[in-house]
Design a protein around this ligand. Structure first.
Ligand code: SAM
Ligand code: TMP
Ligand code: ZN
Length: 405
């Protein structure tokens, strides 16, 4: 096996077994032809990149009925408003000549604020259904994958960009070098490339193995990003940990030598060494933790079933696909999962085929237990679900360990 980034030999860490498309919520008639691949992970000792061995064709994951809409979370709405404010206050003072590009803008959750301020912008979004919502929100967007061809197309009718931003997208794109070359084409001499993704350090520390699914072909660290983009003359000049998605890292990159390197970079590199993010043994320990977590969850759900308790799931997240399929959980253990995304209602979870119901049905129902699959949104959810607890309901969580709250 060869590393996707540096082509050196890599070793597998663990396989989570046969997996469907994580966001591939499906109707009953589609069960027969459901697509599966092996979710196998590996680590490169040379460039320190954690990666999937195989990833389905991007067109199978991102298309005209993509099931993830960014704006389903109120807290994420606030978060991306602040991201836009941060850019406008610090990097886009001269609004007249400014140009902002967002890769994977989804429903326009961030760019709509840039658009509202009259700043020139463009979203690149291959999933046409979510791109359509972005356009309805006043965002300029093109339905396309981000690559050199798209970059050349953008330059035909636009100037170079002050900021290229991507949230929870970079880790989806297998060809990092193509991204880097495209960024090099599009960025102003002094422009910045800012992206953020779930952070490898948090996944390892919290055993949040549900961050590993088809879309996430990489889990980044400052080590791996420095190495990967360093090969393409781009330099990390600042990093900022974020609380989103259970622990993320925001990376600020520029053309090599064009900015001073902030102390945050060396500090985080040192922290990563302490966490062992550069060592294979750390991942062997992670594998054991995943196995333990799986056994604990299955044991708990079986026990509750024996006791005659009703257990449902809260939020049919893409992350839940890894949990449900790796642990072999089906509707005999979790009756249904409720979610606020209309496109998912009436469908079934990928692979495990648990019915997905609307949030209203959960509100009416009085299950004994709810497994919190959107644990990364727990603050927002606990705030609004006081009634569930008052009615005698209990939360089951599995990050960082399996427990009843
Ligand atoms: N940025 C939003 C956020 O943080 O909520 C959306 C994140 S969503 C998990 C990933 C988005 O990236 C999807 O809307 C998907 O269609 C888009 N995407 C996937 N591959 C892409 C690519 N190669 N170029 C541009 N966008 C891509
Ligand atoms: P994410 O974990 O990938 O951000 O996906 C969040 C999913 O959780 C999405 O399908 C919407 C759903 N959700 C709810 O059902 N209720 C909620 O309160 C929140 C915040 C999300
Ligand atoms: Zn490598």
């Amino acid at each position: 096996m060869k590393c996707r980034v540096c082509s050196k030999n890599i070793e597998s860490i663990m396989s989570f077994g046969s997996m469907p498309i994580a966001n591939g919520f499906l109707s009953l008639d589609k069960f027969k032809n459901e697509y599966f691949f092996e979710l196998n992970t590996a680590f490169c000792m040379n460039c320190k990149m954690f990666q999937l061995v195989d990833q389905p064709d991007p067109k199978m994951m991102f298309h005209d009925s993509y099931a993830f809409f960014s704006s389903t979370s109120r807290k994420m709405e606030e978060y991306f408003k602040n991201v836009a404010e941060h850019f406008m206050n610090n990097y886009l003072r001269n609004t007249e000549n400014a140009f902002v590009i967002e890769i994977g803008c989804n429903d326009g959750i961030m760019l709509k604020h840039i658009s509202n301020r009259g700043i020139k912008h463009l979203g690149i979004e291959p999933s046409s259904n979510v791109a359509e919502v972005a356009k309805q929100n006043g965002v300029n967007a093109i339905t396309s994958f981000f690559n050199e061809e798209t970059a050349a197309y953008i330059l035909e009718s636009n100037n170079h960009a002050d900021i290229i931003f991507a949230a929870n997208v970079m880790c989806h794109i297998p060809d990092i070098h193509s991204v880097a070359r495209s960024v090099n084409l599009l960025l102003k001499e002094n422009g910045i490339f800012v992206f953020e993704d779930p952070y490898l350090g948090d996944v390892l520390q919290k055993t949040s193995y549900d961050q590993i699914y088809d879309e996430h072909v990489y889990l980044f660290s400052v080590h791996s990003i420095t190495n990967a983009f360093g090969l393409n003359n781009l330099e990390v000049f600042h990093v900022e940990p974020q609380l989103t998605h259970g622990g993320s890292m925001r990376y600020y990159l520029c053309r090599r030598g064009s900015k001073d390197i902030n102390i945050s970079v060396t500090k985080q590199l040192k922290k990563e060494k302490e966490l062992g993010l550069d060592k294979f043994q750390t991942f062997q320990k992670f594998k054991l933790n995943c196995e333990q977590n799986k056994n604990d969850l299955i044991k708990l759900l079986n026990k509750l079933k024996e006791d005659g308790k009703r257990v449902v799931g809260y939020a049919a997240t893409s992350k839940s696909t890894t949990i449900l399929n790796y642990c072999g959980i089906d509707s005999s253990l979790i009756e249904y999962i409720s979610d606020t995304t209309p496109i998912k209602y009436g469908k079934f979870t990928p692979g495990s085929h648990i019915p997905v119901k609307s949030y209203e049905e959960f509100k009416k129902d009085k299950p004994d237990y709810a497994v919190l699959f959107a644990w990364n949104h727990s603050n927002e959810i606990f705030e609004k679900e006081c009634d569930f607890l008052k009615n005698g309901g209990n939360w089951i969580v599995f990050v960082p360990e399996v427990k009843i709250l």
